[in-house]
Design a protein around this ligand. Structure first.
Ligand code: BG6
Length: 507
């Protein structure tokens, strides 16, 4: 399955070659992401022999730390979050980890960093190749980027790449500004905007499922589909990120990026080739065809809500406003549901409903395509309840694909019941999928941008989401619905579909 998505060149090379020796410089290395996601992913890549022996990581952060202290900290993260911890592999991998402390807001710091990296090049044989990973607030970007120019650290697409973590701005204007700042220093071929949803196997499989099989694609349009639902439901709350989340809310944290990325893969036309720019061109076309809402549409077609106290897994959990770092009168939404329209030949008249929320009843991410009712009334009177056929792509957990359709219950009478045909990754492939960050970091080392967002993609996604943000910001606290933690969200979200005679799929 992955072969199709790999750059053909890379697919051919992978058996006998590795990415070039490189130093990955992680800015913001004392944060959570490095410990819980990045280092475990890099370690797993090393364990599976996907990295060259010269591969080197330099953590950069404000907190002073020795190399050994940094290694100890990462050791904890790798032991807790990697797929298979092997002490001997860790020992070898840890020898390539270093830490360099300093204040990222001081231009002088970058001169010291440059000298340090050049010395490491000599020690580790990394030949001046760099991947800069920006896991820092965008407010630190200008000094960092300008200093890189002054210090001659920006290199060429051959030697230097930069990975940028979300948020890519707060709205259209700041998203454009951010893109402009980064692109003044780096060429688009060097910029890797990471959205970890694109690294998930099941998300990548959307393209394979659609375009490698002949039976689904002919049904994939307004002639046969009634509507599409995309759900990303989480049971977790803020996980200590109250301050960040207060600023972000559900739209910026999840919908503008992860859900929109999934939407574009579900709705795009077949690309001319599986190559970074052809795939991204098609994704952009979907975003450009999306109907941008005015104030009236926002009032009618969006729902926002915040969780109150409740129970999850039998345990009492606090309400959003009781979480650390959250304002007692906060009106930040932790749940968003929106009805979107794509105005093109394939999708016109087929609404796409998106919903995402924290502290919901179950962790479940899924895309479901709901087919129109059959035109014939032959069997309608035998059905105990109206059903439509549904094709569901389960992103996580219990990754798989299922088709729901009606079947006759055995017996002399005609009685019908919906049944499922199910494909499960776990049982079919009997092998654990790599983590999203593994796939994406490796792609970046191989200079494959297919699974990274291009500047225009990010901006068009903001074009769709910004009017919603603006209307929500102007609203009154009374517009914010509430839902109890551990439930499926506010009633208003059910009404969004019920008034169209539809229902959210039960997950
Ligand atoms: C992150 C969001 O991008 O994605 C988090 O900032 C969210 O708030 C996370 O919990 C969800 O990712 P996953 O892979 O657990 O579905």
């Amino acid at each position: 399955m992955t072969t199709l998505l790999q750059n053909p060149l890379r697919a051919g090379l992978r058996i006998d070659r590795l990415p070039k020796p490189v130093i990955m410089v992680i800015f913001g290395a004392s944060g959570d992401l490095a410990q819980r996601k990045l280092l475990p992913a890099l370690y797993d890549l090393a364990r599976e022999r996907n990295l060259p022996s010269e591969f080197t990581v330099v953590g950069v952060g404000r907190s002073p730390m020795s190399d050994d202290q940094f290694r100890d900290r990462m050791h904890e993260g790798v032991q807790g979050h990697s797929r298979d911890f092997v002490p001997q592999v860790w020992e070898d991998f840890a020898r390539g980890l270093f830490y360099f402390a300093g204040d990222l807001n001081q231009p002088e710091f970058y001169g010291e960093l440059r000298t340090y990296l050049e010395e490491l090049d000599t020690k580790r044989g990394t030949q001046g190749n760099r991947v800069y990973y920006l896991s820092i607030p965008p407010s630190s970007f200008p000094v960092l980027l300008e200093s890189m120019v002054t210090q001659g650290m920006a290199g060429t697409p051959e030697t230097v790449r930069i990975i940028v973590e979300k948020p890519f701005g707060r709205d259209l204007k700041t998203g454009q500004e951010l893109n402009a700042i980064v692109s003044r220093v780096f060429h688009e071929d060097q910029i890797y905007r990471i959205d970890h949803y694109l690294g998930k196997e099941t998300v990548q499989n959307i393209l394979v499922f659609r375009f490698a099989n002949a039976i689904f694609e002919p049904l994939w349009d307004r002639r046969y589909l009634d509507h599409v639902q995309i759900t990303v439901a989480e049971t977790v709350g803020l996980e200590g990120r109250g301050k960040y989340y207060e600023e972000a809310g559900a739209l910026r944290d999840m919908l503008q990026n992860h859900l929109m990325q999934v939407l574009t893969l579900v709705c795009m036309e077949p690309p001319a080739a599986i190559e970074a720019n052809t795939v991204r061109d098609e994704k952009v076309k979907v975003l450009r065809s999306m109907v941008v809402m005015d104030a009236k549409d926002v009032a009618l077609n969006t729902v926002r809500a915040q969780y109150s106290r409740g129970f999850l897994g039998g345990k009492a959990v606090p309400g959003y406003r009781e979480e650390g770092g959250v304002n007692l009168e906060s009106i930040t939404p932790t749940y968003a549901a929106v009805k979107l329209h794509i105005d093109n030949w394939r999708w016109s008249g087929v609404p796409i409903y998106l919903r995402t929320g924290k502290r919901l009843a179950k962790r479940a991410s899924e895309v479901s395509l709901h087919f129109r009712e059959s035109p014939s009334h032959l069997f309608r009177r035998y059905s105990t309840h109206p059903t439509t056929d549904v094709l569901a792509l389960r992103i996580q957990p219990d990754e798989g694909i299922s088709i729901r359709f009606d079947a006759k219950v055995p017996g002399p009478d005609i009685t019908m019941r919906p049944v499922n045909m199910d494909f499960r990754y776990g049982t079919t492939f009997a092998k654990k999928s790599p983590e999203a960050y593994e796939r994406l970091l490796l792609d970046c080392l191989y200079k494959d941008q297919t699974l990274f967002a291009r500047a225009d993609e990010v901006e068009y996604a903001w074009k769709v989401v910004t009017p919603i943000i603006e209307q929500w910001t102007q609203g009154t606290p009374a517009d914010l619905a509430s839902y109890e933690a551990g439930t499926w969200g506010p009633k208003a979200a059910d009404q969004l579909l019920n008034r169209d005679n539809r229902h959210w799929r039960r997950l």
